[in-house]
Ligand binder design. Structure first.
Ligand code: ZN
Ligand code: ZN
Length: 352
């Protein structure tokens, strides 16, 4: 087949989406199999223009084509083409012009829940066991919806095919489309008698314990999507997702700045001048003593490298930053006042 989607649709390389869509529409109406019954060449042409449209209407695929000038080596392209039959072309055509919404099986609902963490959880990551209520297949009928003693029988609406043909009026005239049988939801079989436990709904609510792995470095508002761990759907389809979301994190006496942790402490003026030792609350296991050197300036940062939070992306961890603020007395006794007055003109007490 012609390998250039622009040529296939007869549009220029910089055509906008409206132009592309209208070119496709014109050609699709001309070559639509309902207008050309039994015409094999028209069918091929219809498939070809639909493929071309699928590429040019998708900015990512279009860019990939523009870059390489070919659709060889485009990601997923070979799969796209080998798997692209007449049914796909018709479905795409119907989707594009809204004749029918052919949906795949829709997944079950997601389960979102909030998680609150504290500093230790974030520094190292944590496993959190949570309890959820989830819709799963009924254990009595194994998700068939049928009374186990009676079983299933062939659906009379679709004769066991799971699909029914319907005729729709469209701008082409009557168009046939194939849809999932509403009586059996595409399964081709229906219960002889509904399951007494789930009343035929196929599902039951179950309480589950789930262990969620929350990585180090996670932040408030982050969420994790655990695929397929949510509710089972009412019809056939994959389960939804389980989505833990970090609601809040208690950092205790620390302030988080990216992956760094900031600890502010207030020391006395003599301690600042003479040097001292302070205790920092536990970040991981134990509180830690650190030395404040003599002559530390108010607001000076003491940086302990790689003692902060492990990075969510990449390796290593942030720093622990200790800021020593110096407390200036607001009230003084006579004796204190006298001592300070004696010192105020002393050589080392005047900044140079
Ligand atoms: Zn059916
Ligand atoms: Zn059941």
């Amino acid at each position: 087949m012609n390998s250039n989607p622009y040529e296939i649709l007869g549009v220029s390389g910089n055509a906008d989406q409206d132009t592309i869509k209208s070119a496709y529409r014109k050609l699709a109406l001309k070559y639509h199999p309902d207008r050309n019954p039994g015409d094999h060449r028209a069918e091929e042409k219809f498939k070809e223009i639909t493929k071309a449209y699928e590429i040019l209407s998708d900015p990512r695929k279009r860019q990939a084509f523009d870059r390489t000038g070919s659709w060889d080596g485009m990601p997923n392209m070979s799969e796209f083409f080998t798997g692209f039959g007449m049914d796909d072309a018709l479905r795409a055509f119907q989707d594009i012009f809204g004749f029918s919404r052919s949906r795949g099986p829709s997944p079950g609902a997601d389960i979102s829940f909030d998680v609150d963490l504290d500093l230790k959880d974030v520094v190292n990551g944590t496993d959190r066991e949570i309890r959820i209520k989830r819709m799963e297949h009924c254990r009595i009928c194994d998700g068939t919806g049928a009374d186990p003693s009676e079983g299933l029988e062939t659906c009379s609406n679709c004769g066991g095919q799971g699909r029914v043909r319907t005729i729709r009026r469209t701008l082409l005239g009557a168009m046939q489309s194939v849809e999932i049988c509403p009586s059996c939801n595409g399964r081709g079989k229906v219960p002889k008698k509904v399951c007494p436990a789930c009343k035929g709904s196929r599902l039951e609510s179950r309480e589950r314990k789930v262990v969620v792995d929350l990585p180090a470095g996670i932040s408030t508002g982050h969420y994790i999507r655990l695929r397929g761990q949510g509710h089972f759907p009412e019809k056939d389809g994959p389960p939804g997702d389980l989505i833990p979301r970090i609601r809040k994190i208690d950092y205790g006496k620390f302030i988080r700045e990216g992956d760094d942790l900031v600890y502010r402490t207030l020391i006395s003026f003599p301690d600042a001048a003479l040097g001292t030792e302070i205790t920092i609350p536990a970040i991981e296991d134990e509180s830690r003593k650190i030395k404040i050197p003599a002559g530390v300036q108010p607001g000076e940062k003491l940086i302990l490298r790689k003692k902060g939070i492990r990075r969510l992306k990449g390796f290593g961890r942030g720093d622990l930053i200790v800021i020593a603020d110096v407390y200036v007395p607001e009230q003084l006794s006579r004796k204190e006042k006298k001592t300070l007055e004696e010192l105020s003109n002393s050589k080392h007490f005047i900044s140079s």
